[in-house]
Design a protein. Structure first.
Length: 380
C-alpha cells in the first residue's frame, strides 16, 4: 500500500506564492499613491502660475484699453472712450478706471453715472491716496451738478439781450446753470416790445424757455386752444381760423371772441390785448342739449315699448287669475261633491299661477318703463 506524503503548507516558506503576491500588491499600492501625490503637487504648483499669467494678460489688455480711451477722451470722442473703459472694467475692477470713466460721464453731462462710478471707486481696496482725492472731488462735483438747474433760453427772433434778475447774460440763445428759487428773465430787442418771464426753479430741474418777441406797434399775440379741437374762431365776428390757433397778431384793445363747433354750445369771451401781450386761451366746449333726434332715442323707445307690452300681458294674466278666483268661489258655495272639490283645487292652482305671472310681468314692466324714461331724459 502506498503511503501518502503530506504536502507542506505554502505559508511555511517566506518565498511562497502568497507572500510574493502580497508583496507585489503592497509595492504597487504605494507606487500609485506616490504617483498621485507627485501629480497633485505638480498641479498645485502649476495652477497659480497659469492664474497669474491670465491676470497679467487681463491687466495688460486693460492698460492698453485705458491708453486708447484716454486718447479718444482728449479728442472729444467721449462715446468711444466710454465703450473702451467699460471693456477694461470687465477685465479688471480698478478704482483708477472708475474715476476715468466718471470723467467721461461728466463730459457727457451724465452726472448721475459719474457719481455712481466715483462712489464705487471709493469703496475699492486698491484705492491710492491720489485716486481717493480725485474720486472725492468727483463725488462732490457730480452731486453739485445734479442739484443745479440747467436752463436753455431762446427767443424768436434770436439775438435779444438777456438778463437774469437784473444781471446781463448776453444774447439769446443762452444755456447755463440756475440756482434754485424764483428767477426773472428779461428780453430786449430793438424794434420789439420788451418782455419778461418769471420762473420758479427747483433743484435738478431742466428748464427750457422759448419767448416770442412782438414787434412794436403790432399789438399782442393770441393763442386759442379748445377741447375738442376744430372749433371755428370768430374775432369781432370775423373768421380767423380753427383751433388750435397759435400766435395770431391782435391789435391793442378789447375784442369779442367766439368759438363755434357743431354739436356744442357757442362759447364767447371778451379779451383785452395790450402792447406786447402774449395771451393763451383754453376753452372747453360744452355739448348741446335738447337737439337729439328721434333715431338717437331708439333705445329709450324700445325700453318703454317693451315695458308697455309687458304691462298688457301682466293685465291679461291678472284678469285670468281673478276669473279663476271667482269661479272657485262660486263652486265652493254651490257644489260639495268630490268632483266639485277636485275642480275647486284646479281653479285655485290656476289662480296662483296666473297671479304669479301677472306680478312678475308688472314688475318687469315698471323696470323697463323707468329705464326708458331715464334714458330719454338723459339724452335730452
Amino acid at each position: 500500500m502506498l503511503k501518502r506524503t503530506p504536502l507542506k503548507s505554502c505559508s511555511s516558506s517566506p518565498w511562497s506564492l502568497s507572500t510574493v503576491h502580497l508583496g507585489e500588491r503592497w509595492l504597487w499600492s504605494h507606487l500609485r499613491t506616490l504617483i498621485s501625490l507627485v501629480c497633485l503637487t505638480s498641479a498645485l504648483a502649476l495652477t497659480p502660475r497659469r492664474t497669474h499669467a491670465q491676470e497679467d494678460s487681463d491687466t495688460g489688455r486693460a492698460v492698453a484699453l485705458h491708453k486708447q480711451a484716454q486718447e479718444l477722451y482728449k479728442q472729444g470722442q467721449f462715446d468711444q472712450a466710454e465703450r473702451l473703459y467699460l471693456k477694461a472694467l470687465k477685465l479688471i475692477e480698478h478704482p483708477d478706471l472708475r474715476v476715468r470713466l466718471a470723467q467721461v460721464y461728466t463730459a457727457l453731462e451724465r452726472h448721475g453715472e459719474a457719481l455712481d462710478n466715483c462712489t464705487k471707486a471709493l469703496d475699492s481696496n486698491l484705492l491710492t491716496e491720489q485716486t481717493r482725492k480725485a474720486a472725492s472731488e468727483c463725488v462732490k462735483s457730480a452731486q453739485m451738478r445734479l442739484d443745479e438747474a440747467v436752463a436753455i433760453v431762446e427767443s424768436n427772433p434770436s439775438g435779444a439781450k438777456l438778463s437774469l434778475d437784473g444781471s446781463s447774460l448776453g444774447q439769446t440763445p443762452w444755456r447755463g446753470v440756475l440756482s434754485p428759487g424764483r428767477r426773472q428773465f428779461d428780453f430786449e430787442l430793438q424794434g420789439h416790445t420788451p418782455t419778461s418771464r418769471m420762473l420758479n426753479v427747483s433743484r435738478g430741474q431742466r428748464v427750457k424757455l422759448n419767448v416770442r418777441l412782438i414787434p412794436i406797434g403790432l399789438g399782442g399775440l393770441l393763442t386759442v386752444r379748445s377741447s375738442p379741437e376744430g372749433a371755428n374762431i370768430l374775432l369781432n365776428e370775423e373768421f380767423i381760423g380753427q383751433t388750435p390757433l397759435s400766435a395770431f397778431p391782435t391789435s391793442v384793445g378789447a375784442h369779442q371772441l367766439k368759438l363755434i363747433l357743431p354739436g356744442f354750445l357757442t362759447e364767447q369771451r371778451v379779451i383785452n390785448m395790450t402792447e406786447g401781450n402774449v395771451q393763451e386761451l383754453m376753452v372747453y366746449m360744452n355739448p348741446e342739449k335738447g337737439r337729439v333726434s328721434a333715431t338717437d332715442l331708439w333705445p329709450a323707445w324700445a325700453l318703454m315699448g317693451t315695458g308697455a307690452l309687458t304691462a298688457i300681458l301682466g293685465s291679461v294674466f291678472g284678469y285670468q287669475a281673478l276669473s279663476a278666483r271667482n269661479d272657485a268661489d262660486t263652486l265652493a258655495r254651490t257644489d260639495g261633491t268630490d268632483a266639485g272639490r277636485t275642480e275647486y283645487r284646479l281653479l285655485i292652482r290656476d289662480m296662483e299661477n296666473n297671479r304669479t305671472a301677472s306680478d312678475v310681468l308688472w314688475g318687469t314692466s315698471g323696470v323697463l318703463l323707468t329705464s326708458g324714461l331715464v334714458w330719454w331724459l338723459l339724452s335730452e
